[in-house]
Design a binder for this molecule. Structure first.
Ligand SMILES: C[S@@+](CC[C@H](N)C(=O)[O-])C[C@H]1O[C@@H](n2cnc3c(N)ncnc32)[C@H](O)[C@@H]1O
Length: 258
């Protein structure tokens, strides 16, 4: 694998430089993502775990699609995300999602102020250092009420190893063209994705690139970290089902109760 690009020696700032250039095009890129069905599934998980939350945080909210859908369904929701560029688009959603720029590894929220924290679309895979993820879990724990609940999804090692992100739409007619190539680093459990984009719509043409990194965490690692934080009744589900994950799962949902 001589053409494999290197990994940075140190990931000091998780998410740094990612989701900056792509932010204005993110919702277009995700136009086929069934966010409403995802929120249906999350509500089904809440029901299964006997929770009826009111105050909700969309953690690593991106442009705010999940949080906006939660507001539409009557929840009192807001979002936080590391990328200022992504957060800017939260106010353009219908309904708009109030949101702030914040690192999930250094959550500065009022203690015991939230009933429910949700983080979807493998956002927490972007936290490369296990200590960072552990700090994130501690911040979530502090911010939840005693009856609080935390739900998030992660890409599995299988998904990151299998080259899920190696894809392009170069033969399509969309004015946003992209070509992505992913590389798997088994020793570090990290997937590097080199992303190339070309906007051919109004104001274009314009080309830009981003490099993203996601880390794979095993089910046992995550369960141990959540338990060490203090969470109980920690359950893993094969994505969008109520069944346990299998060796073929590419996305796992975790539910942790405070
Ligand atoms: C794949 S996007 C998903 C966004 C959104 N959750 C959704 O469902 O569309 C991943 C998001 O995680 C955010 N992110 C990555 N690392 C983060 C961190 N340490 N703290 C907060 N947000 C982070 C990125 O800025 C990006 O918006």
């Amino acid at each position: 694998m001589g053409d494999k690009p290197p990994l940075p020696e140190k990931f000091t700032q998780p998410g740094c430089g990612e989701f900056a250039e792509v932010a204005p095009y993110y919702d277009r890129l995700m136009s086929s993502v069934p966010y409403e069905s995802w929120v249906d599934y999350v509500e089904a998980l809440l029901q299964r775990h006997s929770r009826q939350p009111r105050r909700v945080l969309d953690l690593a909210c991106g442009t705010g699609r999940v949080g906006s859908e939660l507001i539409r369904r009557g929840y009192q929701a807001f979002g936080v995300d590391l990328s200022e560029a992504m957060v800017r688009y939260c106010r353009t959603q219908t309904p708009p999602l109030p949101a702030a720029t914040m690192d999930a590894c250094q959550l500065a929220l009022a203690p015991q102020s939230l009933d429910f924290i949700v983080s979807l679309y493998d956002s927490l895979n972007y936290i490369i250092e296990p200590q960072g993820l552990q700090s994130c879990f501690a911040g979530v724990w502090r911010s939840l009420t005693d009856e609080g609940i935390f739900i998030f999804d992660l890409n599995t090692e299988l998904a990151l190893r299998a080259g899920l992100f190696t894809q392009d739409n170069l033969r399509g007619s969309d004015p946003l063209k992209y070509s992505w190539k992913s590389y798997w680093y088994p020793d570090n459990k990290i997937c590097r994705i080199d992303m190339w984009f070309r906007w051919e719509g109004p104001g274009g043409p314009r080309e830009f690139e981003e490099v993203h990194y996601e880390r794979a965490y095993s089910e046992s690692e995550i369960k141990q970290m959540l338990a060490e934080t203090g969470f109980s009744n920690i359950t893993a589900y094969n994505g969008y089902t109520f069944k346990p994950p299998t060796a073929r799962s590419d996305r796992v949902f975790y539910v942790a109760e405070k």
